[in-house]
Design a protein around this ligand. Structure first.
Ligand code: KG4
Ligand code: ZN
Length: 327
């Protein structure tokens, strides 16, 4: 089965083609248009998607030596995301669906991230726990089967990626700052004497909070001169990153113990973080699954995979654009 995946929920325009569960092409355009604004500007995102989506589709078809006649299913992200950005992908996909009569399904973006763990990892089977850590979401889900997901816990304020980006801004890094913080932390000496607190949340046992951590870094930096910050930036990054990792893996370990589910998948942009992956491997060993970094951040291959899995279980549905729908 050939699936055409389309993703445009935030600031990546992506078109992918899967042959069954194998990636044939996965074209991604990461919008650089937002860099000088320090965050994603919704209107600019929509326009940039509009400029790229048809060209990406044509080049994906050309590179895979296929035409639209060969496509068996279109899978498009219909939620959650920026309204205008989602609208571009959904309208484009609906145009192909209507014009060519190709079956179509909507896919939830978080569901896409979860299924990114199964791309290139055929050993991963249901049930498993998925920790989604991205710029917009941080949550642990129990995944019993396609379409059968239970949220066990989530952030009560900022997402983990958002914390990386906000702390990065305080430290003078460009948006998005996750990768820069990881690289800076890697050059820090082992023992620095700097630590930041890991927040406990009074809500659910598997809930997270990252806004207190961001404030702790902010207060730590207040009153320090620029020479001190420059010299200690690697140590500050390392301490911040450690607090995020301890918080994420603490909850995930508890969730695994409570549910008795030992297979765990780490997905979403923050799953690119090598220190986080390494610590997770120490705890879960062979039972920890990760997409390769290029499949952690937003891409259409994961959307096509979720569509393929929905088709397999007869769970396809017409796209229904809902910018704030959860999983
Ligand atoms: O999944 P994603 O591409 O977009 C959303 O759906 O949000 O995630 C983007 C997030 C950004 O906040 C970025 O700073 C973070 O992933 N990120 C990282 C790393 N690479 C990307 N965070 C920590 N370490 C990284 N290496
Ligand atoms: Zn995402």
């Amino acid at each position: 089965m050939i699936t055409l995946g389309i993703e445009s929920s935030c600031d990546e325009t992506s078109v992918a083609i899967l042959e069954d569960q194998k990636i044939v092409v996965n074209h991604i355009y990461s919008q650089v248009e937002h860099t000088s604004f320090g965050g994603v500007v919704p209107e600019i995102a929509s326009r940039a998607h509009l400029e790229k989506i048809d060209r990406l589709t044509l080049s994906a078809l050309k590179e895979s030596s296929l035409t639209l006649r060969d496509i068996d299913l279109i899978a498009v992200t219909d939620s959650p995301g920026l309204a205008g950005a989602l609208l571009v992908g959904v309208s484009f996909a609906m145009g192909i669906h209507n014009g060519w009569g190709i079956p179509i399904t909507g896919v939830n973006h978080l569901e896409g991230h979860i299924f990114s763990a199964m791309l290139e990892n055929p050993q991963l089977q249901f049930p498993f726990l998925a920790m989604v850590v991205s710029g917009g979401h941080t949550a642990i889900y129990k995944i019993l089967d396609t379409g059968n997901y239970t949220c066990l816990g989530q952030t009560v304020d900022d997402a983990a990626g958002e914390a990386f980006d906000k702390v990065g801004k305080l430290l003078g890094f460009e948006y998005p700052a996750g990768r820069s913080i990881e690289q800076e932390a890697a050059i820090s000496p082992e023992d620095t004497g700097i630590t930041f607190p890991v927040a406990r949340v009074s809500g659910g046992p598997f809930d997270f909070s990252f806004s207190g951590l961001k404030t702790a870094v902010k207060y730590y930096l207040a009153g320090k001169d620029s020479t001190f910050i420059k010299e200690n930036r690697p140590a500050i990054c390392k301490a911040f990153q450690k607090a995020v990792i301890d918080s994420l893996l603490g909850r995930l370990s508890e969730a695994s113990r409570k549910t008795g589910i030992r297979e765990v998948a780490l997905v979403g942009g923050v799953a690119c973080n090598g220190a986080l992956r390494q610590e997770m491997k120490k705890i879960f060993g062979e039972r920890a699954y990760f997409p390769r970094p290029g499949l952690c951040t937003d891409n259409a291959a994961m959307i096509a995979m979720a569509g393929y899995k929905r088709k397999e279980k007869n769970l396809t549905h017409f796209p229904r654009m809902e910018p704030s729908r959860g999983l």
